[in-house]
Design a protein. Structure first.
Length: 372
């Protein structure tokens, strides 16, 4: 619950693929994916949901898609999203989730075979801002998930000009600059309606792509907001709530200075992140306790630059965490949404599903051994 508002939980299943969901089988928490950045949430990416569910349900893995509060709405920042991630894990691992399934089953309203979750065998996966939630689960959930799957995730490394420099020419493949006047209610200071309403669900709606291999264009009026904040170079202000003074402006000014080395520049930018916000900058929270991680990113991603996953992979390796990094050469963001994504990326999707199945199975086997 958020005040008097509940956050929804979804359990997508592919028809004919629910027989593996039995008592004691592992479970995967698949964070709701966000195709347009943290500010405007869409349901778990349609194609990713179907390709992964079809591959893992028969192995006894359930997908659970969870809502979280969106930016901008009310006073929500990434700190509130951390709380929602923690609540999601607590709900799924606790008795409330099982009780909810029992209640639906007794009323004949459960559309699949009833199953139970081993709370020690939960993984987290997500793309774009859903990947941010995956990182939050590794930082702020106990016990930690047993594995992480991150696809073109944001928040791996925010301290680049992509996030704090204004753009005066198109910077996203196939997308023109946006007119800020069309979204004035969502620009700080917010309109009264945006400032007072908490939003946790924003229907996904896409127009046609602008060319072969390009991602579809958002049609929902909330969906372009992440792109607009990137264009204005202020997305980190909304992410942290640091509008006055502007965190983005501080980073911009510091980045314009001369530094003897690239590392010195990075260090100075890190120093400008207030300590109270370190909890929402995942690369600052990586340590040896993080679970095995699979990172997937397109080399031509203009929405969430590949440097996000590169820096996260480097941080994980430096901390001694098992980390695999798959780079899709010449591939844009939202590659799972392009036509024929299943055919193009069949091997990739199968490998990612196998990674999850293997890690969850190992966790379940270890749990069983410890109980003996």
């Amino acid at each position: 619950m958020v005040g008097d508002r509940s956050l929804s939980v979804n359990i997508p299943l592919v028809k004919g693929c629910s027989r593996g969901l039995n008592n004691g089988q592992p479970d995967q928490l698949f964070s709701k994916m966000v195709a347009e950045c943290a500010v405007s949430q869409a349901p778990i990416s349609r194609n990713s949901k179907s390709v992964f569910v079809a591959r893992v349900n028969d192995a006894g893995i359930a997908f659970i898609s969870v809502d979280y509060r969106l930016i901008p709405s009310g006073s929500v920042t990434a700190h509130q999203i951390v709380e929602d991630v923690q609540d999601a894990f607590a709900f799924v691992r606790g008795t409330s989730f099982s009780s909810a399934l029992d209640s639906l089953a007794s009323g004949g309203k459960l559309p699949f075979t009833k199953f139970r979750i081993d709370p020690r065998s939960v993984a987290a996966a997500g793309s774009s801002a859903g990947g941010m939630c995956v990182y939050f689960s590794a930082m702020h959930v106990q016990p930690k998930p047993v594995a992480l799957l991150s696809m073109f995730a944001m928040a791996g490394y925010f301290l680049t000009p992509h996030y704090f420099e204004p753009k005066d020419k198109p910077f996203l493949t196939g997308r023109p600059l946006l007119d800020p006047s069309h979204s004035k209610d969502y620009i700080y200071p917010f309109s009264p309606s945006v400032a007072s309403e908490i939003v946790s669900d924003s229907p996904v709606a896409f127009n046609a792509t602008t060319g072969p291999g390009l991602p579809p264009l958002p049609a929902n009026p909330r969906m372009p907001l992440g792109l607009l904040y990137l264009q204005l170079g202020t997305i980190l202000d909304y992410y942290t709530g640091e509008h006055e003074p502007s965190l983005s402006k501080s980073l911009r000014e510091a980045n314009a200075a001369d530094y003897p080395t690239t590392q010195a520049r990075k260090q100075r930018l890190r120093e400008l992140i207030p300590q109270k916000h370190h909890a929402i900058f995942p690369v600052l929270g990586v340590d040896s306790s993080w679970p095995p991680t699979l990172l997937i990113h397109g080399s031509a991603d203009t929405l969430t630059p590949i440097s996000e996953s590169q820096e996260m992979h480097k941080a994980l390796q430096n901390a001694g965490v098992l980390s695999r990094f798959k780079i899709l050469k010449g591939t844009e963001s939202l590659f799972d949404l392009v036509p024929e994504a299943e055919r193009i990326h069949e091997e990739l999707f199968s490998d990612a599903a196998e990674f999850l199945k293997t890690r969850l199975a190992r966790s379940l086997a270890l749990s069983s051994t410890l109980e003996k």
